[in-house]
Design a protein around this ligand. Structure first.
Ligand code: PEP
Ligand code: MN
Length: 338
């Protein structure tokens, strides 16, 4: 931790700050310039609240030079985490595609879409059975009946299943049908849920919160990792900004930042990031170019009638064409679409 003192900090204030640092157990390195005095505090633990120093008289600013997450950091584990599910590896050289409807709506819908997903070589079928809708009056999902339909469709076409878990009491039932748990943006900081998922044995895809920083997202991953589950992937799904022409703002820079700071794979969700069908392919292409380890994309065969997120769902043919484009881009960045 680096503490920059105010130019006019008195000797008494400096001594007082130093004695606080000693009380907190830090070693001190002092650097006195003509105008500025800077203190370096050594031995800061990840959970130390630096505001305790920022509020002291004579302090101008405080910076943490270590990160607050441990298990999620590249320093802790240098090799990329590769999550294996059947014959699929997420976090390896292949960019793994996940596609399907926002919500599972009926047997014919999920079977039709699973067939398209499989036809494109996509390995993972997405679909929500418990939906986190902004309005309690909107379609809330088919629950366990939906999970049964998706599992049957996935088994028919040899696909892996990813679906969202919204609350702790859904974990057991969802675990029976899914291969990957999805934590939605609205639950990124539901720490009780994160801890419970840390105690399960299935991989977890953690979506970035609506207004969460990358560091906060990694701290949430830390909850799952520290509870015993090493198979965590992150998902950039756009963050809330002042822009209104898109549903969210896709933070493409989160992809290289996560790769630098963490060993965990990162998946991009251009559907929720943009909210509009015409914006999904360009952002999907950008995500592959930026190094995403996977993509999760909403598709629907009749988006006008979709029970949720129709405007952002790609028509099957658009998805089929997009997969071909993604293959070409992947090649340029020395990767493959898996
Ligand atoms: C979803 O993937 O269906 C979803 C609700 O996404 P998010 O949590 O990113 O809004
Ligand atoms: Mn959706």
């Amino acid at each position: 931790m680096v503490i920059i003192l105010q130019n006019n900090a008195s000797e008494k204030q400096i001594e007082d700050i130093k004695s606080h640092l000693v009380d907190y157990g830090f070693q001190i390195h002092e650097s006195r310039g003509v105008q500025k005095t800077i203190l370096g505090a050594i031995g800061v633990q990840p959970d130390f609240d630096i505001r305790k120093i920022r509020i002291l008289d004579g302090v101008a600013d405080v910076y943490r030079i270590t990160v607050p997450y441990k298990l999620a950091s590249r320093d802790f584990k240098n090799d990329n985490t590769v999550i294996k599910i059947n014959d699929v590896e997420i976090g390896g050289n292949k960019i793994i595609l996940m596609a399907g409807p926002c919500s599972i709506e009926s047997e014919s819908q999920i079977f039709k879409l699973a067939e398209i997903v499989a036809k494109t070589g996509t390995k993972i079928l997405r679909g929500g059975a418990f939906k986190p809708r902004t309005s309690p009056y909107s379609f809330q999902g088919l629950g366990e009946d939906g999970l049964k339909l998706m599992r049957a469709a996935a088994d028919e076409y040899n696909l892996i299943v990813i679906t969202e878990v919204m609350q702790i009491n859904q974990i057991d039932v969802i675990e029976k049908y899914t291969d990957i748990f999805q934590i939605g943006a609205r639950n990124m900081q539901n720490f009780g849920l994160l801890k419970e998922l840390g105690a399960t044995h299935k991989p977890v895809m953690l979506k970035r919160g609506l207004s969460a920083t990358i560091e906060e997202t990694l701290m949430s991953a830390e909850y799952i990792l520290s509870s015993g589950n090493p198979n965590v992937m992150l998902c950039e799904r756009g963050i809330r900004t002042f822009e209104t022409y898109t549903r969210n703002t896709f933070d493409v820079s989160a992809i290289p930042v996560v790769h630098k700071k963490s060993h965990l794979p990162i998946v991009a969700d251009p559907s929720h990031a943009t909210g509009y069908r015409d914006q999904v392919p360009p952002i999907a292409r950008a995500a592959v170019a930026a190094g995403a380890d996977g993509l999760i994309i909403e598709i629907h065969d009749n988006p006008e009638k979709a029970l949720s997120d129709g405007p952002q769902a790609l028509l099957p043919q658009t998805y089929i064409n997009l997969v071909d484009e993604l293959k070409a881009i992947a090649k340029i960045v020395n990767r493959e679409i898996g």
